[in-house]
Design a protein around this ligand. Sequence first.
Ligand code: SAM
Length: 357
Amino acid sequence: MSTMQTQPVDTDRLNAFLGKFVNDLGASVHAGMVVIGEKLGLYKALAGDPMTSKELARKTGMDERYLREWLASQAAGGYITYDDSTHRFSLTPEQAFTLADGESPAYLPGAFELALGALAAVPRIADSFRTGAGMGWHEHADGVFHGCEKFFRPGYAANLVTSWIPALDHVQAKLERGGRVADVGCGTGASTLLMAKAFPKSRFFGFDYHDKSVEAANEKARQEGLSDRVTFEVAKAKEFPGNDYDFVAVFDCLHDMGDPIGAATHVRKSLAPGGTWMIVEPYAGDELKDNLNPVGRVYYSFSTLLCTPCSRSQEVGLCLGAQAGEAAIRGVALEAGFSHFRRAAETPFNIVYEARA
Ligand SMILES: C[S@@+](CC[C@H](N)C(=O)[O-])C[C@H]1O[C@@H](n2cnc3c(N)ncnc32)[C@H](O)[C@@H]1O
């Protein structure tokens, strides 16, 4: 007889667990609601005066019946506010800050777009549990690339130029004077363009193996008038060109690589004397027990769907995972021949490491 059958079920603990389940199920379908709200500009439309569903329909040109159902789902989840006395819906300043302002450092909808895009891979990833096969970043739905940028960019905009780069030894001064910078695994280039705007005398090179992301990044550089000193090129982290960079950065991608030690070795060789490598990784402790919390849950889930399969799809297939922790990242840097390694900064979502040869 199994242990499961011999131990009595505690009703209070069961009810508490069911309460958690209802929250989680609501959150799962809610992801689709937020993506709809952002895509159709509904949060932005609600950011002004309170509105009934009919008024919102008039303002947006959308179908009132769909809007009414969506508004109810949002009010039930606390993402918008409902006034029963007027039957009007509105956003509090905090809701508007996180849902209606794309430039806000706490803009949230991108995270849900990323989640929906990643969840589209569930059938294939479930199969990979049986076969051990990988799935490259480039094989995912477009929502993964766009959602990733929208999710990460606000954090970079809030921290990269104002605290992460200043936390590194000598880097800010070099970039202010004019240096050569490589952003490796740059995706659609959000981090590269933020740095380029802040340091107009420096020259920036973004590299990523994913051609569609590189194309989108070059297009953004053109739109922002930065193409004269920011270029994006398709290249793998172990093969990108150049050997005189003052600063090489990797944002949230070292753990996605199949051979992070090979990539780190190539980064070391690409640096000019005295050059710095900045490694931005998801926040994580070294031990599993340190990461059993809501942020760890987010990262382990994305890691199962995106990061681990991506690493598995490449040569070596080390599969560090998105919760690798400082000891593992330090191990990669030291193994690749870096002699200096330290944690330079952190936020609730990221840890920033500095490495020098
Ligand atoms: C989670 S995304 C991060 C993108 C970007 N750095 C950011 O922070 O928005 C991971 C990126 O790593 C890239 N990548 C994965 N393996 C790579 C490799 N071996 N060489 C170059 N890029 C790689 C993917 O194409 C993807 O753009």
